[in-house]
Write a protein that binds this ligand. Structure first.
Ligand SMILES: [Zn+2]
Length: 120
């Protein structure tokens, strides 16, 4: 089988191939048909080697610094979230919007920590 790509959503091109039963097997998603075509060429044995994704590239030191910052930020937000206020006492959800936001932020910091390979 050889790889191909198709537009699967507005602004999203998915590279994949068809299994022997004819079912589409997605391999990767791309923001442009050009990126998808490059990936297809590479997977099919021609074309240039893949360029690192145009996302955030971190050196090992950057990554350690970011993980430390996220750990500090999550601890700070978690501590704030634990400090309930008068509005929390009467809130149906058990926490006021502000303290609920602290808890949400702590959770999103922990999730990002896990995504970039730190302990969550
Ligand atoms: Zn509160």
């Amino acid at each position: 089988m050889s790889y191909t790509y198709k537009r699967t959503e507005p602004g999203l091109w998915t590279v994949g191939d068809y299994d022997p039963a004819g079912r589409w097997q997605p391999e990767s998603d791309h923001d442009s048909p050009q990126d998808a075509a490059q990936r297809v060429a590479w997977l099919n044995g021609s074309g240039e080697p893949p360029v690192p994704p145009a996302g955030l590239l971190l050196t090992p030191r950057d990554r350690r610094t970011l993980l430390a910052a996220l750990t500090d930020a999550a601890a700070y937000r978690a501590e704030r979230a634990a400090g309930l206020c008068d509005a929390c006492e009467v809130a149906d959800a058990g926490a006021c919007d502000e303290h609920a936001d602290d808890a949400d932020q702590a959770e999103s910091y922990r999730a990002l920590t896990a995504r970039i390979g730190g302990a969550s």
